[in-house]
Design a binder for this molecule. Structure first.
Ligand code: FDA
Length: 505
């Protein structure tokens, strides 16, 4: 075991973590970031850093023998997944019996693998979900700051109307209209100016070459190109990749974090302990939850509240797909970056917001067995407002109704969400193909109190903060990362003002 000290230690490198590190560093605080996944900068044998969705290799998947893509089946056949060598790949799927959770692994967290849809929730709904957070301040100050920091942009409408790459979206808009629903354009972190150059043959293709959930080699403004690049640019931030925090204990007014190191093939490289003054948890909903539960249940942070671990559940996102009849093709060329959403939010009976995406596994897999036809299903990430789900109940009738006009069928609702207990995972889930349970007292569900920056219970734990998606208490009705980023902007500003810069720690 070797030791180290950092004034501020940030666990994770996703949205909350990246914002926190940047703002701490700008304020002059030396900050160390720990990331369980890899730093994705080195090209593989094919000269590319990331593999595509149509030809996934070991870079695609976090320690599995077969890829585990969302929406991988067509007519109940797994036509998308491929065997791969166990490796510290970019997309993890953590299985918990009745529920599976996808997460990005690498410096940049979920920003490396997600659909990039950058959606700000409705203000009225934000107020319902986070009533203790000043919504006026969020929408005036922190949402705009987050959108700017993330480099959010939108597709050019004129180009959208004419390009073959978004024909699938235009078909969906037409069908939605026939079912009585409007659509809205969705912003994204993918650089649409770059995409137009791809389409014009002036730049290497990425979104137009089937790249997304296993990383984009070009065009994606992931955190390593925005917040993290800025953080590293200050000269005060260090990122330690393939470093996994496994335990936290208080020490001398701060904390000591136990860290396991490994190489990209999963070979252990030893354990170290890192002491810090301030500890920020940004391991994502799952990573942060595990660390807190483990700390409470093993007695290193026994005063953590019983509410931690309560109400943990999915983000309201339900995936389903439809197939079109051959006379209404969605096209062989589909951009992987979604730009349109079907907005039935105000429907009194079945409120839903459905994003129109191409099929994650790539449409070529699907149209080859059906020559001449283009019956590509379009996966829809459906967000259900709490109170009407997210149990799929509101989705069912909606999907049934939507199939009316063209006789299209619902192929497969994926994993209708439920509220879950979150079991603790083993400390070494990287052992290829093996996922065991850690035998500890039953875990509680996580709900660090939303909007509260400091973890308190009884006398509380000073200098310990949650900074990521674990703060969001339920579905926001839209994709979450803009909100997670904005909340992190808000919270770190307060921590700096009230705790760090005043020396009141
Ligand atoms: P995030 O999960 O981003 O980062 C956590 C990081 O911490 C990870 O890199 C992880 O490896 C690391 N970590 C965890 N535990 C650790 C430990 N113990 N020690 C060290 N490191 C640790 N959202 C959206 O708004 N629009 C979209 O289009 C999509 N699409 C989408 C597609 C897919 C396939 C996925 C998986 C997710 C999305 N999302 C999304 C969700 C979005 O990506 C997600 O909500 C955010 O990434 C969460 O940000 P956080 O800051 O909470 O953590």
């Amino acid at each position: 075991r070797d030791g180290a000290y950092a004034p501020a230690l940030v666990i994770g490198t996703g949205y909350g973590a990246a914002v926190t590190a940047l703002r701490l560093a700008e304020a002059g605080v030396r900050t160390l970031m720990l990331e369980t996944g890899q730093l994705w900068t080195r090209p593989g044998r094919d000269g590319k850093v990331f593999c595509g969705m149509l030809t996934p290799d070991r870079r695609s998947t976090w320690f599995r023998r077969r890829t585990a893509a969302p929406m991988a089946s067509f007519l109940w056949l797994d036509v998308v997944n491929r065997p791969v060598e166990p490796y510290a790949g970019i997309l993890d799927r953590v299985d918990f019996g009745s529920m599976a959770v996808y997460a990005g692994r690498g410096v940049g967290g979920g920003s490396l693998v997600n659909g990039g849809m950058a959606v700000t929730p409705r203000r009225s709904y934000f107020r319902e979900v986070l009533p203790r957070v000043d919504a006026e301040e969020m929408y005036r100050r922190y949402f705009p700051r987050a959108r700017a920091g993330l480099r959010v942009n939108g597709v050019d409408r004129g180009w959208f109307e004419g390009t073959e790459w978004y024909r699938y979206s235009r078909v969906a808009r037409e069908e939605a209209g026939r079912a009585g629903h409007g659509t809205v354009f969705l912003d994204n972190i993918y650089d649409f100016r770059y995409m137009r150059r791809e389409a014009a043959g002036k730049a290497p293709k990425s979104a137009l070459a089937g790249e997304l959930i296993y990383g984009n080699n070009h065009g994606r403004m992931s955190l390593d190109r925005t917040y993290l690049a800025a953080a590293l640019g200050t000269g005060r931030v260090t990122v330690a990749a393939l470093h996994r925090a496994v335990a936290i204990r208080p020490h001398a007014g701060g904390y000591v974090v136990t860290v396991e190191r490994s190489d990209a093939s999963g070979r252990p490289l030893g354990t170290k302990e890192i002491a810090c003054r301030q500890l920020f948890l940004g391991g994502g909903s799952l990573g942060t939850t595990e660390l807190l539960l483990r700390a409470r249940e093993t007695g290193t942070l026994p005063r953590l509240g019983r509410e931690i671990g309560e109400g943990w559940g999915p983000n309201g996102n339900v995936m389903t797909a439809r197939a079109n009849l051959p006379h209404h093709p969605t096209g062989c060329h589909q951009s992987t970056v979604p730009v349109l959403g079907i907005d039935a939010w105000d429907d009194p009976r079945h409120p839903v917001f459905a994003e129109v995406t191409p099929r994650a596994g790539g449409h070529r897999d699907l149209d080859q067995p059906l020559p001449g036809d283009h019956p590509q299903p379009r996966a829809r990430h459906v967000h259900l407002r709490p109170g009407h789900g997210p149990d799929g109940a509101a989705l069912g009738p909606r999907a049934e109704r939507a199939r009316g006009p063209l006789g299209a069928g619902v192929l497969r609702p994926d994993e209708p969400g439920q509220r879950h207990r979150l079991p603790l995972r083993p400390l070494r889930p990287r052992t290829p193909g093996v996922r065991r349970r850690l035998h500890l007292p039953p875990a509680r569900r996580l709900r660090p109190r939303p909007g509260h920056r400091r973890l308190r219970a009884g006398e509380g734990y000073r200098n310990l903060y949650v900074t990521d998606g674990a703060l969001v208490p339920g579905s926001l009705g839209v994709n979450p990362f803009v909100t997670i980023t904005a909340l992190a902007e808000r919270n770190v500003e307060r921590v700096l003002r009230q705790d760090v810069l005043t020396g009141r720690t």
